[in-house]
Design a protein around this ligand. Structure first.
Ligand SMILES: [Zn+2]
Length: 451
C-alpha cells in the first residue's frame, strides 16, 4: 500500500479501530499535520516518513469535548476556581475547548477592559483552548458591540438575581434593549432563564424538597416563553442555558419550527441525578435551576433524542467547601463536573440505548456550533484542529474526589460508579493528559471566529 497523498507534513498518526467521525464510527488512522487533521485514512494506512504512530487499539477516538459553560471565577474568586485548575480538570476529562462565563470573577466580563484583565490572568495558564463570554447587565449596552469586536462569543444575562451583586439581572425593557443591540451586530444572547416572579429564594433549610419547590418549573417555563417573544421581536439569536424543566420543550420546539432562532442546552446533572435521590443537607447537589424529578429527566432525554436540545455542557460552577454548608437556602448553587461530564453522560446514555456518536453530537459538535467554532472544533474531520479524547467506553471507575483536578474537589458524583475512562487527551496534535494526569499547558486563548 502506498502512502496517501495527504501524507505531506504529517508528524503524528492516531490509529483506532473505533474513530467517531461525522459519517459514523469506523477503524481509521488520523493523520495530523501542523496541529490539524490532515486526513482520515483507512486503519492500516502506511505511515508517512517521520510520522509517529499512536495506536490506541480498541479505545475510541472522539473529537475533544467543547464545554461552552464553565465558571472559572478568575481573577477575584480564585479560592473557588482558577484558569490553571479548571483547565487541568478539563484536560483530564477529555475537554479540549472551554468558554468561561462572564460572572463570578472580579471583574465580571462586562466591558473590553475587564475582558483584557481576564485574558491577562488566563494567558500561559491554560491546559485547553479557552475563550470568553461577555455579560449583559443594566447600563452596559454601549459595551456590547466593542466586546463583540474584541472576540467574545456572545453575551450572558440573567432574568433573576445571579447570586453575585456585581452582575445584576435585566428587567423586561433592558432585556429587549440588549437583544436589539445584539441583533444589530449579529451576536448571540445566552440567558439564565428563571422568572423571578416564581422564585422563593428566601426559603432555606436542609430539605431538598423545599428547595425544589422554591424554584418551580413555572419559573423556567415563563422565562423561556418570554425569550421566545424577545427572539421573535428582535430577531436576535437566543440560547437557553442549563434547561432543567422539560415542560418547556414543546414551546421551544414549536418556536424553532416557526423559524425563531432559539437554541438550548442541558447539563450532565439534569440527565444523571434526580431529586428523589438527593439526601437532605447534601448541598453539593444544589444548582439553579434545580435537579428535578425522575420523570422530568426522562423527558429531557427524549428532548435530546428528538434534537430539540442542542447540546450538553457542564455548567461547572465550583466554590469553596464552606459555601456548601448544608442549608439549601444559603449554600452556593453550582455543580462541578468539568472532569466528569463525559463519563456521567455516557453512563446514562448507554443505559438508555444511545451511542457515543450521540454523545459526540451533544458534547462536541453541538457546543462547537453554538460557539461558531464548527469547521475548527467538534469533529474528527479534515481541516479540524487535532483535538481528541481517547476513551475506553466499557471500563468503569468509582469517582474519588481526591483524583479530581479542579480547585475544590467537592462533587455530587462522589462514590458513583461511572462508565467511560478517558485514557488520554490531545490538543492540536499534542498530548495534554495521560490517564487523568494533566501534562502541558498548550491551550490558547481563542476568540469568536469572524467569518
Ligand atoms: Zn452557569
Amino acid at each position: 500500500m502506498s502512502v496517501p497523498d495527504s501524507g505531506a507534513g504529517v508528524r503524528l498518526v492516531l490509529r483506532s479501530t473505533r474513530v467517531v467521525t461525522p459519517e459514523g464510527t469506523r477503524p481509521a488512522s488520523v493523520f495530523v499535520a501542523d496541529g490539524r487533521i490532515a486526513s482520515v485514512e483507512v486503519h492500516d494506512a502506511e505511515l508517512p516518513g517521520g510520522a509517529r504512530l499512536v495506536d490506541v487499539g480498541g479505545d475510541v477516538l472522539l473529537p475533544g469535548l467543547v464545554d461552552t459553560h464553565v465558571h472559572v471565577n478568575d481573577p477575584g474568586r480564585t479560592e473557588w476556581e482558577g484558569f490553571l485548575t479548571a483547565t487541568r480538570a478539563a484536560a483530564a476529562g477529555g475537554v479540549t475547548t472551554l468558554l468561561d462565563m462572564p460572572l463570578n470573577s472580579l471583574p465580571p466580563t462586562t466591558n473590553v477592559a475587564n475582558l483584557g484583565v481576564k485574558q491577562d490572568v488566563a494567558r500561559g495558564k491554560a491546559h485547553v483552548d479557552t475563550g470568553f463570554w461577555g455579560g449583559a447587565i443594566p447600563g452596559n449596552v454601549p459595551d456590547l458591540r466593542p466586546l463583540h469586536e474584541a472576540g467574545v462569543f456572545g453575551f450572558k444575562c440573567f432574568l433573576s438575581p445571579s447570586g453575585v451583586e456585581e452582575f445584576p439581572e435585566l428587567d423586561a425593557s433592558r432585556l429587549a434593549a440588549a437583544a436589539a443591540e445584539i441583533a444589530g451586530f449579529g451576536g448571540l444572547l445566552i440567558v439564565h432563564a428563571e422568572d423571578p416572579a416564581h422564585l422563593a429564594p428566601q426559603r432555606g433549610g436542609r430539605a431538598y424538597a423545599d428547595f425544589l419547590a422554591s424554584r418551580p418549573r413555572a419559573a423556567e417555563n415563563d422565562a423561556i416563553a418570554r425569550l421566545v417573544a424577545v427572539a421573535r421581536e428582535s430577531d436576535a439569536r437566543v440560547h437557553v442555558l442549563h434547561l432543567s424543566s422539560s415542560d418547556a420543550l414543546p414551546l421551544i420546539a414549536e418556536a424553532r419550527g416557526e423559524g425563531v432562532r432559539l437554541s438550548v442546552e442541558t447539563c450532565p446533572h439534569f440527565l444523571t441525578l434526580t431529586a428523589e435521590d438527593v439526601p437532605d443537607g447534601a448541598t453539593e447537589f444544589k444548582c439553579c435551576p434545580p435537579i428535578r424529578e425522575r420523570a422530568n429527566q426522562d423527558a429531557l432525554w427524549q428532548g435530546l433524542a428528538d434534537g430539540v436540545i442542542d447540546c450538553v455542557v457542564s455548567d461547572h460552577s465550583p466554590c469553596t467547601p464552606e459555601l456548601k454548608d448544608g442549608d439549601f437556602g444559603t449554600a452556593w448553587g453550582g455543580i462541578s463536573s468539568l472532569q466528569l461530564g463525559l463519563p456521567a453522560v455516557w453512563t446514562e446514555a448507554r443505559r438508555r440505548g444511545h451511542t457515543l456518536e450521540d454523545v459526540v453530537r451533544w458534547m462536541s459538535a453541538g457546543p462547537a456550533r453554538l460557539a461558531g467554532l464548527h469547521g475548527r472544533k467538534g469533529a474528527v474531520a479534515p481541516g479540524y484542529d487535532a483535538d481528541f479524547a481517547v476513551l475506553d467506553p466499557d471500563a468503569a471507575f468509582t469517582v474519588d474526589p481526591a483524583r479530581l483536578q479542579h480547585r475544590n474537589p467537592v462533587t455530587a458524583y462522589a462514590g458513583s460508579t461511572l462508565y467511560g475512562v478517558v485514557r488520554s487527551t490531545w490538543l492540536r496534535g499534542e498530548q495534554i493528559a495521560d490517564h487523568g494526569r494533566p501534562l502541558q499547558q498548550t491551550g490558547q486563548l481563542i476568540e469568536r471566529p469572524t467569518s
